[in-house]
Write a protein that binds this ligand. Structure first.
Ligand SMILES: [Zn+2]
Length: 386
């Protein structure tokens, strides 16, 4: 199949363009006049990009915390009480209920142009519940064409039945991680390494257990307080450190010198009226930056929000539109250690989106309202709904 268009192929900005898809991968890219023979699909003036890669979401939860968001905006603090409220509601929900919720959330992401989504557990906080949530993600992933990368976030908060943070961290490291690895339920381990959640010693213990089990590491870092979690993550070889609202110049420098991806999440920062992460400083210093949604139960609920996130990167975080689009495609893929996703080059996965727009500037101009008109994953066109 040859896809071709008179419009723009972004973020590189090739126009006009043609692209050959073979065996689910991009086989060739160039000018239409040079295109190989094949069945032709003409996309006219539509903007075409790689499928968006959302490298940070928490889709397995029940209950509704909109009331808490409203209360916070009236001055109530953000504490771990909110997460534990979701944990209670999620533990009470049966498999069919949770599966339907996860499926609707991943469908919303796909309908908005996300072709790869990272999905964390973390609202279970016991071995049985965390395993149940990872299995649910796996079953939904089997039913939908969207690519799913699973992350075990047992260290999201300390459950009420644990004696202490250190006790629970030891349980996560010594029992939960080996079980998750043995059953191949996740590729990554994540830790909420922040004030009031998991301290650096606990995070290090869990990070080392992840490495020992052959799992990658990612951290929630420097969201609530500058703790040094970024330097710890870099030292442990984390694939990505995410949030970074409180990051300072030293932290920016340490990320720039590392291969750890800096993942910024503008949506929850706005909902929490928090500081914005230093995306411009990270890019200027040479760090690899990803933009992701952080769609979750309590601080940002938009599972179809990646087009908005691209726009927020450009309008709010000081990135150019091209930088924001790159951070939301190949940046997210780097954060998931998948260099064959989110890029337009021969050999890469043929995950593509044709948008109802003619220029990538629409992500900024139409903030959150750019929609896909057609989506392909591994070269197969995906049916969009809604
Ligand atoms: Zn998160």
């Amino acid at each position: 199949m040859i896809l071709t268009g008179s419009g723009r192929l972004a973020p590189a900005g090739l126009s006009p363009w043609a692209l050959q898809v073979r065996d689910g991968r991009i086989a060739w890219i160039g000018a239409p006049a040079d295109a190989p023979e094949g069945e032709l699909v003409d996309l006219g003036p539509a903007l075409v990009t790689p499928g968006l890669v959302d490298s940070h979401t928490h889709p397995v939860f029940a209950g509704d915390r909109s009331d808490e968001a409203a209360a916070r905006l009236e001055g109530a603090p953000y504490t771990n009480g909110g997460i534990l409220r979701t944990v209670r509601a999620t533990r009470e929900a049966d498999d069919a209920t949770l599966e339907a919720l996860v499926e609707a959330r991943l469908r919303a992401a796909l309908n908005a142009g996300t072709t790869t989504v990272e999905c964390k557990s973390g609202y279970g906080l016991s071995l049985g519940e965390e395993v149940r949530h990872l299995l649910i993600i796996g079953r939904v992933a089997d039913r939908l064409p969207i690519r799913v990368v699973r992350t075990f976030l047992g260290a999201h908060a300390v459950p009420p039945e644990s004696a202490s943070m250190a006790d629970y961290a030891a349980h996560v490291a010594d029992e939960m991680i080996p079980a998750v690895a043995r059953e191949r339920l996740a590729e990554f381990v994540d830790v909420f390494a922040d004030e009031g959640f998991f301290d650096l010693a606990a995070t290090e213990r869990i990070g080392r257990a992840a490495s020992a089990a052959g799992l990658g590491l990612r951290l929630h870092a420097e969201q609530l307080r500058r703790t040094g979690a970024v330097e710890l993550g870099v030292g442990l070889g984390a694939a990505s450190v995410d949030h970074l609202e409180q990051l300072d110049a030293a932290g920016v420098a340490s990320l720039a010198e590392s291969s750890t991806v800096a993942t910024v999440l503008p949506a929850p920062a706005i909902v929490l009226r928090d500081r914005l992460p230093p995306a411009r400083a990270l890019l200027d210093a040479g760090a690899r930056v990803a933009l992701a949604s952080d769609a979750n139960a309590g601080t940002f609920g938009g599972f179809g929000a990646m087009p908005l996130v691209v726009g927020l990167g450009a309008t709010l975080l000081g990135m150019t539109v091209t930088e924001a689009l790159t951070a939301s495609t190949s940046g997210g893929a780097s954060a998931l250690q998948r260099d064959d996703l989110g890029v337009l080059r021969p050999g890469a996965a043929a995950d593509l989106v044709a948008w109802d727009a003619e220029h990538e500037g629409a992500f900024a101009l139409r903030l959150g309202s750019v929609r896909p008109s057609r989506v392909w994953i591994a070269g197969d066109e995906v049916a969009l709904s809604g």
